[in-house]
Design a protein around this ligand. Structure first.
Ligand SMILES: Nc1ncnc2c1ncn2[C@@H]1O[C@H](COP(=O)(O)OP(=O)(O)O)[C@@H](O)[C@H]1O
Ligand SMILES: O=C(OP(=O)(O)O)[C@H](O)COP(=O)(O)O
Length: 395
């Protein structure tokens, strides 16, 4: 695996694919700079070696050149995080960019305009990738969040750098963290899979069964498993067409010696609403007109015990509808259990768009061992897929 430390960037220009796809508010200010922070160490390494950085990224999913998706909105946040001046050019290919790149001195940073202003980016256009490749002596891919996309800047470009290509520090950290959970884990290994639907997590569950000793199934997925086993789930979210699959997963888990833990009680509500009436009920006896929106106290006690006996913990998917205060207790309690286990030496990895949002909202981001910067990319790795952005560097 070629990493940043295999190169000295003295007098070299690095073309770095970063993932600065960050959230903006109505005033076009960055509201969460985590992904910029995460790219910092790569940028600093190049600058400290005596090189220069050409940064390229996408922002959102624009249709053509749409001002609101301009990366100019991100410049200030990059300056604040990196702590030095950042030049910006309002295009990502063409004469203006060529000039700006030619004038870039050692120690300087240039940020290009949103790559997705050109449809060639998402189409993986070879000629477009070749144009981008001219902007650097060494290609660095540090965009983990976009590593599952076979786009011009994440994948196709790599063919123009035979040996002069490597992973940035963030991508290296992401790969190592997931590998630590899936392949080099200290036992017992636990995966906690929550979230809304079984259908979006099936491949992850199936891949993970070969890697773990314990599996906690939580969130909305719970009810498909409960109904499949004959329980009454009332109006809870349930995928009837996935009940067979749920039973098959339980069977596979048994054959593989994986202990599966499912909530035994839930906080049920008479409406999908923060102010609804609630009561704690047995998970197999949810009355009609009521829906399970969070794990109940007995379940949380059980989960705490499991979490605290495991040495490697993967968490994807909240235990309840954490966006509503009334149903956030389960997710918070699980965060506390993982915090405790981590303090006692376990390695904990959290990934997934909503899980990461929950972990940040409830203050657990610094308490777990690693928080992934990729949602879709992380899930695809957990599914056992190889990511095109990673493969392109390894080729
Ligand atoms: N019991 C439940 N009923 C309905 N939705 C739920 C339930 N528990 C969790 N959810 C929802 O699941 C969503 C997150 O699921 P998912 O997208 O799979 O997570 P991630 O993005 O971390 O992979 C959240 O919006 C949450 O409100
Ligand atoms: O935010 C991202 O992905 P994520 O929402 O899965 O974490 C990446 O920047 C990829 O963006 P895309 O899903 O528009 O290709």
């Amino acid at each position: 695996m070629k990493t940043l430390n295999d190169f000295n960037f003295d007098k070299k220009r690095a073309i770095i694919r970063v993932d600065f796809n960050v959230p903006l508010n109505d005033n076009f200010e960055v509201t969460d700079n985590t992904r910029i922070q995460a790219a910092k160490s790569t940028i600093i390494k190049v600058l400290e070696d005596g090189g220069s950085c050409v940064l390229m990224s996408h922002l959102g999913r624009p249709k053509g050149k749409q001002e609101e998706f301009s990366l100019k909105h991100v410049v200030k946040a990059v300056v604040d995080v990196i702590g030095c001046n950042v030049k910006f050019v309002d295009d990502c290919v063409g004469p203006k960019v060529e000039e700006a790149v030619a004038n870039l001195d050692s120690g300087e940073i240039l940020l290009l305009e949103n790559l997705r202003f050109y449809e060639e980016e998402k189409n993986g256009d070879v000629a477009f990738a070749e144009k981008l490749s001219k902007f650097g002596d060494i290609y660095v891919n540090d965009a983990f969040g976009t590593a599952h996309r076979a786009h011009a800047s994440t994948t196709i470009i790599a063919q123009f750098f035979e040996n002069n290509k490597c992973f940035g520090n963030l991508l290296t950290r992401e790969i190592e963290s997931i590998d630590k959970v899936l392949n080099n884990s200290e036992k017992p290994v636990l995966a906690i899979l929550g979230g809304a639907k079984v259908s979006s997590k099936i491949t992850v569950i199936e891949n993970i069964l070969d890697k773990v000793d314990h599996l906690i199934v939580g969130g909305g997925m719970t009810f498909t498993f409960i109904k499949a086993q004959g329980g009454s789930v009332g109006d809870s979210i349930c995928e009837d067409d996935k009940m067979e699959l749920a039973l098959d997963i339980l069977k596979q888990a048994k054959e593989k010696g994986v202990e599966v833990h499912i909530p035994v009680d839930v906080v049920a509500a008479d409406d999908f609403n923060n102010n609804a009436n609630t009561k704690v009920v047995d998970v197999t006896q949810i009355p009609d007109g009521w829906q399970g929106l969070d794990a109940g106290p007995k379940s949380l006690e059980n989960f705490d015990e499991v979490v605290n006996k495991c040495k490697t913990i993967l968490w994807n998917g909240p235990l309840g509808v954490f966006e509503m205060e009334s149903f956030a207790k389960g997710t918070i309690a699980l965060g506390n259990s993982i915090d405790n286990a981590t303090k006692n030496g376990a390695f904990s990895l959290v990934g997934g768009g909503d899980s990461v949002a929950a972990v940040k909202q409830f203050g657990f981001a610094d308490k777990v061992s690693y928080v992934s910067t990729g949602g879709g990319a992380m899930l695809e790795m957990l599914e056992g897929k190889s990511l095109p952005g990673i493969e392109a560097i390894l080729k």
